[in-house]
Design a protein around this ligand. Structure first.
Ligand code: HEM
Length: 210
């Protein structure tokens, strides 16, 4: 009896020691995070943003359009929204603001299924092809409004490492959007030069007078 118990104990110990050591979790190398801890922390911070998704989205677009009021006309039903109060109250504005953060939410959800995350970013990028006057520089220009809106939502929890993680996330998403849009929009023709070319030359002017 005593002997059997001893054997069972040995067997139990053997099972315990033979269990494979759990490997430290790895970040998919396509993501911009150096350690799994960074991604884990970001996902935790994101939970707070996700709980306040509509407000944070609106705050981001309000900040963006304060900097670039001329871009308001691109958004359906938003051209006549005069001030922040009108923007916050408008359903069209909410419908324009929320898809941005919904896409980040999908990416966070699929941060361990990066193929799916990249496919979702591609689908989110496609509608921008049809927006008249849209340029990929605008995606870069939204980084600061995005970070500011997230910082307001997170309050004290928005530490320096958190900010770095959010910037990495933002840059990853827009880099994939730009790829899906076929690369960066080429620089615009300098307006002054174009205008000069269309002006009549002195010679033409003389000919007209003659
Ligand atoms: C990371 C940044 C951005 C993300 C993730 C994003 C995402 C999206 C998504 C998913 C849609 C599709 C909405 C839908 O049809 O349901 C959309 C539409 C749109 N986006 Fe973006 N966007 C971003 C930045 C920008 C910027 C900087 C502009 C600047 C003008 C912009 C302008 C628009 C416009 C005009 C629409 C159409 C909205 C409408 O239907 O009126 N987006 N965006």
């Amino acid at each position: 009896m005593g002997c059997l118990q001893g054997k069972e104990k040995e067997a139990e110990e053997a099972v315990v020691t033979e269990l494979p050591e759990s490997k430290p979790k790895q970040v998919d190398p396509r993501l911009p995070f150096d350690t799994y801890r960074q991604l884990f922390n970001l996902r935790n911070s994101w939970k707070t943003v996700a709980r306040n998704l509509t407000e944070t989205s609106k705050d981001c677009l309000i900040r963006y359009l304060k900097k670039y009021p001329e871009h308001k006309a691109m958004y359906r039903g938003c051209a006549n929204l005069e001030d922040e109060e009108a923007m916050r109250a408008s359903t069209s504005f909410e419908n324009a603001a929320v898809p941005v953060f919904n896409l980040f939410d999908d990416v966070m959800e699929n941060s361990e299924n990066v193929d799916i995350a990249i496919a979702q970013i591609g689908m989110g990028a496609t509608p921008h092809k049809k927006i008249k006057g849209f340029r990929t520089d605008y995606l870069k220009a939204m980084e600061e409004p995005f970070i500011e809106a997230v910082s307001v939502t997170l309050g004290d929890r928005f530490t320096d490492p958190t900010e770095q993680n959010f910037r990495k996330l933002y840059q990853f998403v827009i880099q994939e959007m730009i790829k899906a849009l076929g690369g960066e929009t080429p620089p615009e023709e300098p307006q002054v030069e174009a205008d000069k070319e269309s002006l009549p030359t002195d010679q033409e002017d003389v000919q007209i007078k003659l």
